[in-house]
Design a protein around this ligand. Structure first.
Ligand code: GCO
Ligand code: MN
Ligand code: MN
Length: 389
C-alpha cells in the first residue's frame, strides 16, 4: 500500500473494541472467530496507525464484576494504552445486551429498570472519564417497542429526556469534561426505536435542560437503513453545531443493520461525506463502527480495519483533487457566473424591500429554461472517483 494512504495518529481514526472484536455471531449462526482481548486489539490497532479505541463498559469490565476486579482491569488497560500510545476519546454503555433491558433502559416501564440503567450509565461515565474520554455516546438500542400498546410513545420521550437531564446534572456535579452524543437508529434490535434519525435527535436535544452539552453521533448505516442521505444529515448537524462524533461504516438501503466496511457500498455518498468532514474543519474522531464479514478470520479483521482507514484517506485525497480540478472548478465558476446576481434583498428583511419584492416582475420562462450543466459536473465527479482524472 502506498505511503500516501498510510494512516497517522493525526487522522484521528478510532475503532470500537466491539467492532474489530466482533466474533461474527449473527441471529442465524454462532461465532466464527475467537474473542480477542482488549490488550491485543489496542496493540494491533496502534500498529496499523489508529489513534484510539472506544468502548462500552462491558467491552472492558464484565457485567457484574466486583469493584476490585474493575479497578485491576482498568489499571492494566491504562498501561496497555500508554505503552501503545493509544487514547480512548469516546465511551458508552451497554444498555442492550442484558435481558433486564428487554423493555428498554431509560424508557422501560419498570422504574427500577430505569434506575438501574442510570446507575450503570453513571458508572460507565466514570470509567470513560478515568480513561480520558471527552465524548459519551448514548445509543438507545432497546429504547423502543414491538407492541406500541405497552406505553404512550410520549411517555417514552419524557423518560428519555428525564434520563438525559439527570445524567447532564451528574456530569456537571462531578465537574467532568465530557459531552453527550446521541446516536439514532430506526430499528434493530427493537421493531421500532424511538428518535429514529439524526434529524429527530437534533429536534429532541433542544427540549433538554442542557442542550449545550448534547450533540449527535450519526451513523452511516442507520440513516441508510431509512433510505436517507447521510451527507445531508451531517451537513445539518454541522450547521447546528452538533456534530460531536461520527460512526462510519456502510450499508445497503432498507435492510437490517449490515455494518459494512466504510465506503464499501456507497462510494459517491461517502466521497461527499469525507469532503464535508474535511472542509468543514470537523475536528472530532473518525470512528469506524462496523465489523469484518463473517467469512473472515483474524487476518481478515485487520484487512477490514486497514481498508476502512485507507478508503477514508483515498476519499480525502479525491476531495483535494476535486478542489484543484480545473474543469470541475471552471464549471462551478460558470454556474456561479450564470446565475442572476440580484436576489432582491433576501438576505435581510426590510419592510421596504418586501414591498419592492412583491411588486417586482420576473422573467420566469427565462429562469426556467436555462440548462444548469449538472450532468457534466456529476460525470466529472464519477471520472474522478473512478480514477481517470
Ligand atoms: C449498533 C450501534 C452500536 C452503537 C454502540 C455505541 O447498531 O449496534 O451502532 O454499535 O454505536 O453501541 O453506543
Ligand atoms: Mn449501528
Ligand atoms: Mn453506532
Amino acid at each position: 500500500m502506498s505511503d500516501a494512504y498510510q494512516p497517522r495518529k493525526e487522522d484521528k481514526f478510532t475503532f470500537g473494541l466491539w467492532t474489530v472484536g466482533n466474533p461474527g455471531r449473527d441471529p442465524f449462526g454462532d461465532a466464527v472467530r475467537a474473542v480477542m482481548s482488549p490488550a491485543h486489539i489496542v496493540k494491533k490497532l496502534s500498529e496499523l496507525g489508529a489513534w484510539g479505541v472506544n468502548l462500552h463498559d462491558n467491552d472492558l469490565v464484565p457485567f457484574g464484576a466486583s469493584a476490585a476486579e474493575r479497578d485491576r482491569i482498568v489499571k492494566e488497560f491504562k498501561k496497555v494504552l500508554a505503552d501503545s500510545g493509544m487514547v480512548v476519546p469516546m465511551a458508552t454503555t451497554n444498555l442492550f445486551g442484558h435481558p433486564v433491558f428487554k423493555d428498554g433502559a431509560f424508557t422501560a416501564n419498570d422504574p427500577k429498570v430505569r434506575a438501574f440503567a442510570i446507575q450503570k450509565t453513571m458508572r460507565s461515565i466514570d470509567l470513560g472519564v478515568e480513561l480520558g474520554a471527552k465524548i459519551y455516546v448514548c445509543w438507545g438500542g432497546r429504547e423502543g417497542t414491538e407492541a406500541d400498546a405497552c406505553r404512550d410513545a410520549r411517555e417514552g420521550f419524557k423518560r428519555y429526556r428525564e434520563a438525559l437531564n439527570y445524567l447532564a446534572e451528574y456530569v456537571l456535579d462531578q465537574k467532568y469534561d465530557i459531552r453527550f452524543a446521541l446516536e439514532a437508529k430506526p430499528n434493530e434490535p427493537r421493531s421500532d426505536i424511538y428518535l429514529a434519525s439524526t434529524g429527530h435527535m437534533l429536534a429532541f436535544i433542544e427540549t433538554l435542560d442542557h442542550p449545550e452539552m448534547v450533540g449527535v453521533n450519526p451513523e452511516v448505516a442507520h440513516e441508510h437503513m431509512s433510505g436517507l442521505n447521510f451527507y445531508h444529515g451531517i451537513a445539518q448537524a454541522i450547521d447546528a453545531g452538533k456534530l460531536f462524533h461520527i460512526d462510519l461504516n456502510d450499508q445497503k438501503p432498507g435492510r437490517y443493520d449490515q455494518d459494512l466496511r466504510f465506503g464499501s457500498e456507497s462510494l459517491k455518498g461517502m466521497f461527499f461525506l469525507v469532503k464535508l468532514l474535511e472542509e468543514s474543519g470537523y475536528s472530532g474522531a473518525r470512528h469506524f463502527d462496523s465489523h469484518a464479514y463473517r467469512t473472515e478470520d483474524e487476518a481478515g479483521v485487520w484487512e477490514f480495519a486497514k481498508g476502512s482507514m485507507r478508503t477514508y484517506l483515498l476519499l480525502k485525497e479525491k476531495a483535494r483533487r476535486f478542489a484543484e480540478d480545473e474543469e470541475i472548478q471552471a464549471i462551478l465558476a460558470e454556474i456561479g457566473a450564470k446565475v442572476t446576481k440580484d436576489d432582491h434583498g433576501l438576505g435581510q428583511y426590510t419592510k421596504d424591500g418586501a414591498a419592492k419584492l412583491k411588486a417586482a416582475t420576473f422573467d420566469v420562462d427565462a429562469l426556467a429554461t436555462k440548462g444548469l450543466g449538472y450532468e457534466r459536473l456529476d460525470q466529472l465527479v464519477i471520472d474522478l472517483l473512478l480514477g481517470v482524472r
